[in-house]
Ligand binder design. Structure first.
Ligand code: HEC
Ligand code: HEC
Length: 245
C-alpha cells in the first residue's frame, strides 16, 4: 500500500467513525427535538407559556384574575372559560387565543386549557349565601349603585371610590382597561390574597344581593372616562391645539 492510499483509507475510517458519533457537532441530541407549537397538548406547558404571565403561576392571580379561585370556578362554567380563552375580551389586555379569532392555539389546545383550569376547582363552603350568577340577572342602576357603594365599599375605598385604606377604584386608567364583567367578578370574588372581601363580607351580617352587585358595578362603569388616557377635558385640548387633535 502506498503512503497515499494508507492516508486516504485512514481518513475515510476517521470520517466514518466521527459521522457515527452521536455527539458530533450539529447532530441533535436524543429527545431534543422541538415540539411544533401547535402540537403542544400538555396543560402545564400551554398554561405557563400563554397565561401565567397575567393570571399568575398555577392560576393564583397576578395582574389579572385568579383562575384557580374556587369561587370563580364555582361561578364560571366551561363554556364561559372557553369563550374568553378563545376570543379574548376586546378592549382589555385579555388576548384572543383561538386560531379562528386570530390567535395561535388550536381548538384542541383551547380544550386542554379549559379542562386544566377546571381541574383546579375545589369545594366551596357557601355558609348561608347563594352563589351569584356569572352573567348579571338584572340590569344595574348607577344611582342605586352609588348608595350601595357608600354603605358597602367606602369604608375601604374612600369617598367616591378615590382611595382610602384600599386603592382608588375610579381611576380612569384602571376603569378603561377592565370590562364590566371583570368589575362584576372583582365585586363578587374580592381579592382574598390582598384582603379584599368577597360579596359575602362587604357589609356585616349578610351578603350583597344580585341587584346590589349589578347596581354597584353600574355605578363603577359610569365613572369610566369617555377618553381614557386624556388628562385634559376635550374643550381645553381644542384651545391648545386650535381644534386639531
Ligand atoms: C396579557 C395578559 C393576559 C394573558 C396573557 C391572558 N389573560 Fe386572561 N385575562 C386577562 C385580563 C386583563 C382579563 C380580564 C378582562 C376583562 O376586563 O374582562 C382576563 C380574563 C380572563 C378570563 C375571564 C375571567 C372572567 O371574569 O370570566 C379567562 C377565563 C381567562 N382570562 C383565561 C385566560 C387563559 C386560559 C389564558 C391563556 C391561554 C389567558 N387568560 C391569558 C389578561 C390576560
Ligand atoms: C375591607 C375593605 C374592603 C371593602 C369593604 C371593599 N374592598 Fe374592594 N378592595 C379592597 C382591597 C384591599 C383591594 C385590593 C388592593 C387594593 O386595591 O388596595 C380591593 C380591590 C378592589 C377592586 C380592584 C380589583 C383589582 O383587580 O384590582 C375593586 C373593583 C373593588 N375592590 C371594588 C369594591 C367594591 C365595589 C366594594 C363594595 C361592594 C369593595 N371593593 C369593598 C378592600 C375592600
Amino acid at each position: 500500500m502506498s503512503d497515499r492510499t494508507l492516508f486516504l483509507s485512514l481518513a475515510c475510517t476517521m470520517l466514518l467513525v466521527c459521522g457515527a458519533c452521536s455527539n458530533s457537532p450539529g447532530r441533535p441530541r436524543a429527545g431534543s427535538a422541538i415540539t411544533p407549537p401547535n402540537q403542544i397538548d400538555k396543560f402545564d406547558v400551554l398554561y405557563s407559556q400563554n397565561c401565567a404571565g397575567c393570571h399568575g403561576p398555577g392560576g393564583k392571580g397576578g395582574a389579572a384574575i385568579s383562575l384557580a379561585d374556587p369561587l370563580f370556578l364555582a361561578i364560571a362554567d366551561d363554556a364561559a372559560i372557553r369563550r374568553t380563552a378563545a376570543n379574548g375580551v376586546p378592549g382589555t389586555p385579555m388576548p384572543a387565543f383561538a386560531q379562528s379569532a386570530g390567535g395561535l392555539l388550536t381548538d384542541k389546545q383551547i380544550d386542554a386549557l379549559v379542562t386544566g383550569v377546571r381541574s383546579w376547582a375545589s369545594p366551596v363552603t357557601l355558609r348561608d349565601a347563594t352563589l351569584p350568577s356569572y352573567v348579571p340577572r338584572a340590569a344595574g342602576n348607577p344611582e342605586r349603585g352609588a348608595t350601595v357603594y357608600r354603605t358597602s365599599c367606602s369604608s375601604c375605598h374612600g369617598v367616591e371610590g378615590r382611595g382610602g385604606k384600599a386603592s382608588s377604584i375610579v381611576d380612569g386608567s384602571y376603569l378603561a382597561l377592565v370590562s364590566d364583567q371583570d368589575l362584576r367578578m372583582s365585586v363578587i370574588l374580592g381579592r382574598p390574597a390582598l384582603g379584599a372581601p368577597d360579596w359575602r363580607s362587604d357589609i356585616p351580617g349578610r351578603p350583597l344581593s344580585e341587584q346590589e352587585i349589578s347596581d354597584v358595578v353600574a355605578w363603577l362603569a359610569a365613572q369610566r372616562p369617555a377618553n381614557p388616557g386624556q388628562p385634559y377635558p376635550a374643550s381645553t385640548m381644542n384651545r391648545v391645539t386650535g381644534g386639531v387633535q
